[in-house]
Design a protein around this ligand. Structure first.
Ligand SMILES: [Fe+2]
Ligand SMILES: [Fe+2]
Length: 301
């Protein structure tokens, strides 16, 4: 099976019949996704973290260090995707889309709140929310900073400058919904949740994280809907999406590489091999792209 690092393998996942079936998939529209949000609402501050504190204290120094590093990407990631979202809200094209996008921004703020509570009460970072963000930032690698502080910030700024710029909206949704949420966040969430459940660890954190993943699926569903509509109306948008993916996927693949290692090295995340993690990301992304009507870009691994 190909992984995220084998993007030069294009179009060989699934058959042609699969391909046309996936392209005709009918997706939920933003109004339906907004209504789903009303039904799936949850409260970060109602979750008890009591058992988590005891679990955390029972872990070895090494385990705590590895988790604090790994979860920092999510804590800072949620802060980044909250603040860098206003441009897309301004770029709505229907009332249903405006309503859905407003819910996505509040979801991201709630996700950051969940992490802030966890880092304060369980990990034990003192000070303010801002102090905790600063401390968590020290764990991040260069690829994370390039993706979230440069590419995401630039994509948001272009939309804020001109919310009617259709190309900027395609670039933003490809960056945010396909790469950051659809490839990185959902993959990380899958393995971290699996690990916590298998080891019966940090139940409060995991409860919130499962709710976060459900929100992320709704967000990615919007991004998939938007890009599918775009490609159907303007087939040339497919090339634009591919170009953005070719630029960003190698950076995304490097975000989860632990400190001291490089992209291409074998490593383990919570006991799962880097191959398994990359393969999961690749399969989910390629399936979503086929629904949109885009093949994976050819990139030298
Ligand atoms: Fe989020
Ligand atoms: Fe999200």
């Amino acid at each position: 099976m190909p992984t995220l690092l084998d993007l030069s393998v294009q179009g060989d996942v699934g058959t042609l019949a699969d391909e046309s079936r996936l392209r005709s998939v009918k997706l939920m529209d933003p109004q339906q996704l907004y209504e789903l949000w009303e039904r799936q609402n949850w409260e970060a501050h109602s979750i008890s973290l009591e058992r988590d504190v005891a679990d955390w204290q029972g872990m070895s120094e090494e385990e705590r260090g590895h988790l604090a590093w790994l979860l920092s990407s999510f804590f800072i990631g949620e802060e980044r995707v909250t603040t860098q979202f206003s441009g897309l809200v301004a770029a709505y094209e229907s009332q249903g889309e405006e309503a859905f996008l407003a819910t996505q921004q509040v979801d991201e703020a709630r996700h950051a709140q969940h992490f802030n509570r966890f880092y304060r009460q369980v990990v034990g970072y003192d000070g303010t929310f801002e102090d905790r963000l600063r401390q968590a930032r020290e764990h991040l690698n260069e690829a994370f900073l390039v993706l979230f502080d440069r590419h995401l910030v630039d994509a948001c700024r272009r939309l804020l400058d001109d919310p009617a710029d259709g190309d900027a909206k395609v670039d933003f949704v490809t960056t945010y919904h396909m790469v950051i949420e659809g490839t990185l966040a959902l993959t990380g969430q899958e393995f971290i949740t699996r690990f916590m459940e298998e080891h019966e660890l940090l139940p409060g954190f995991t409860d919130g994280f499962r709710n976060i993943a459900r929100d992320e699926h709704r967000h990615v569903a919007y991004g998939t809907w938007f890009l599918q509509q775009k490609v159907r109306a303007q087939p040339e948008a497919a090339g634009r999406i591919q170009e953005k993916l070719a630029e960003l996927l190698p950076i995304a693949a490097a975000v989860l590489v632990p400190p001291g290692l490089q992209l291409g090295d074998s490593y383990e995340l919570l006991g799962y091999s880097s191959d398994e993690v990359n393969q999961y990301a690749f399969t989910a992304l390629s399936r979503r792209l086929r629904v949109i009507g885009v093949s994976l870009p050819a990139v030298a691994a």
